[in-house]
Design a protein around this ligand. Sequence first.
Ligand SMILES: *[C@@H]1O[C@H](CO)[C@@H](O)[C@H](O)[C@H]1NC(C)=O
Ligand SMILES: *[C@@H]1O[C@H](CO)[C@@H](O)[C@H](O)[C@H]1NC(C)=O
Ligand SMILES: *[C@@H]1O[C@H](CO)[C@@H](O)[C@H](O)[C@H]1NC(C)=O
Ligand SMILES: *[C@@H]1O[C@H](CO)[C@@H](O)[C@H](O)[C@H]1NC(C)=O
Length: 279
Amino acid sequence: MWRERSHVQVDPDTSAMIHSVGLVLALTLTIAGAWPDWPEESHYSGVSYGPTPFWCKPYGLDCLKGRSYADNSRGQNITADLSTVKSVQRINHDYCNLTNFGGPGSQVPCVEYWQADGKVFIAADNFCCQSYGSPGIFPLKVPQTNWMTQQMKLEPQLGYYKGEFYVGKVYNYTMSLTPGPPPEFKGKQPPPSKVGKIHFWYYASYPDKKPVAQGEGCVIDVSQSSQCTYDAAVYLFTEYRMFSAVSFNNYTEFELPPQCSRERKTDCYNRGGGPPPMF
Ligand SMILES: *[C@@H]1O[C@H](CO)[C@@H](O)[C@H](O)[C@H]1NC(C)=O
Ligand SMILES: *[C@@H]1O[C@H](CO)[C@@H](O)[C@H](O)[C@H]1NC(C)=O
Ligand SMILES: *[C@@H]1O[C@H](CO)[C@@H](O)[C@H](O)[C@H]1NC(C)=O
Ligand SMILES: *[C@@H]1O[C@H](CO)[C@@H](O)[C@H](O)[C@H]1NC(C)=O
């Protein structure tokens, strides 16, 4: 459970005591400057395009057989809770295809549980598999609040984005890399990825720098996404409907369900190299 709060909290008693115009101005600037960093704890929702999960057994993308985001062009609603304080994230998907992993169906709701130790589980009705963080499979950590400014490059020119929830100018953060485990990863290395370069992008609204959309694939622009077939990185993206700062009371929403216990979980490891060290 979560309750909304402003991105930067100002104690009302404290603000009442501030008499200096200069101080008030400084505080206002601090609040305005919080974005594009994400809040320490947040609840967000949006619509995601592309296959979920975006990899399959035993390696990489073979089972997707040239699927691109257009395969799921209606998109699917997602909601998510993220705490960088506890390093946990939960993403609820409306529409997952788990048949390749022995799961309950090809169009079923599923929940991703990201744990502080870098393990990630995918759970559905009476089913759970582990996708990251087993011995020999590198861990996947939750995104840090400043991942877009620390790990991506801000393009010098504003972009223009026309999506379901936002139309207008955007700050354009980009990054491209070859997938693989983090350099410091000490486990057995997965076989070299066939995926090639993955391009990442993150758009923040202009001028207030709030989350608009985020995506990745073998190209940046959705208009070229039909190139992302077979061994090339699948084109995936999420448009944010809302994104707000919250405080979690007891973190019960992040607890793994019983089907994810060590005895019951199965394996859906992303052995294809998977996402990069950034997350
Ligand atoms: C956790 O907090 C939520 C919201 O305040 C509450 O409804 C729920 O009962 C709490 N759960 C536990 C186990 O304390
Ligand atoms: C689900 O995945 C399986 C195995 O990869 C594939 O054969 C099937 O076409 C997919 N179904 C849908 C609805 O995407
Ligand atoms: C997502 O949820 C909204 C609001 O509940 C609904 O109107 C819309 O049809 C849903 N979209 C999809 C793709 O399921
Ligand atoms: C963001 O920058 C990349 C790289 O220059 C470009 O391909 C992409 O079209 C830009 N996005 C927008 C929305 O302008």
